[in-house]
Design a protein around this ligand. Structure first.
Ligand SMILES: Cc1ncc(C[n+]2csc(CCOP(=O)(O)OP(=O)(O)O)c2C)c(N)n1
Length: 276
């Protein structure tokens, strides 16, 4: 698909995606705003600049794959796919409604562009390792990008998958960690400390990139640096602000899984429009 090359165009798209997220959650009266909003810049960079994909051919064999492991942030995935042209934008407003393909956690096969079902935390990197192993063994040039939460790293399965990816030197695998430092019921460092986080990945044999996950130029730079990596998997530890763009949500774990009401939603949209 044609890429958005201009950084300002990418920033505008990220704002549109954030506004869509707010409207979807107000309509559904449930869902997860903090992580979804914080990840909007990374999803925009991936779907509108970095990834090789074609919304008209969602099963194209040579596409890059995006595996969403922290499935609860699917509003940002749905809004990105709709804006990229995988399905009509009107469908976004059916989020979490009975019978809708846009369930509260993604369902592979329900919508074009969804590569995996998720919701139970900890499984996505394992799925991505399997895909990347096939791609590497068959000499394919596509990459697998996996989005995970930092709190999700409380799951032991994550670390098993990291070991395997390192063993097979999966250079075609990129894990993006949403290092927003919150999880469902507190800060990550209060609930189960992860630091020194990047050292742990390095010790597991990974190429580590740390980036401001809300700075479009920095995000693009991180993804572009991947071409020189040929013999190890990469993690991009993305420092993001949960609730990014909405002042009363920013940095607050209370918005991990609480939908804005109509009034909150209107305030949020005003702020996002003013910034775009
Ligand atoms: C196996 C499993 N255990 C518990 C949950 C419930 N749960 C959903 S989101 C979440 C917190 C995850 O934290 P993080 O990955 O940091 O997400 P963020 O708060 O940044 O959105 C939990 C415990 C789940 N979905 N799966």
């Amino acid at each position: 698909m044609p890429k958005l090359e201009d950084v300002n165009a990418l920033k505008s798209m990220a704002s549109i995606i954030r506004q869509d997220i707010i409207r979807m959650l107000v309509e559904s009266k449930s869902g997860h705003p903090a992580g979804s909003l914080g990840l909007a810049d990374i999803f925009t960079a991936l779907y509108f600049n970095v990834m090789r994909h074609d919304p008209k051919k969602p099963h194209w064999e040579d596409r890059d794959r995006l595996v969403l492991s922290n499935g609860h942030v699917c509003p940002v995935l749905y809004a990105s796919l709709a804006n990229a042209g995988y399905f009509p934008k009107e469908q976004l407003m059916t989020l979490r409604k009975l019978g809708s393909p846009l369930q509260g956690h993604p369902h592979r096969g329900a919508l074009p562009g969804i590569e995996n079902s998720s919701g139970p935390l900890g499984q996505g990197i394992s799925m991505a390792v399997g895909m990347a192993l096939v791609g590497k063994r068959e000499g394919k040039t596509w990459r697998v990008y996996t989005i995970t939460g930092d709190g999700e790293h409380n799951e032991g399965q994550v670390w098993e998958a990291l070991l395997l990816a390192s063993k097979y030197k999966l250079h075609n695998l990129v894990v993006v960690v949403d290092r927003n430092s919150i999880q469902i019921d507190g800060t990550t460092e209060d609930v189960l400390p992860l630091e020194p986080f990047s050292d742990k990945y390095r010790a597991f044999g990974w190429n580590v990139i740390e980036v401001d996950g809300n700075d479009m130029n920095a995000i693009l730079g991180a993804f572009r640096s991947l071409d020189s990596v040929t013999d190890m998997p990469t993690v991009i530890i993305a420092d993001t602000v949960p609730g990014k763009g909405v002042s009363f949500m920013e940095g607050k774990y209370g918005w991990h899984g609480k939908a804005p009401n109509k009034e909150d939603g209107e305030k949020a949209i005003k702020e996002l429009e003013a910034e775009s």
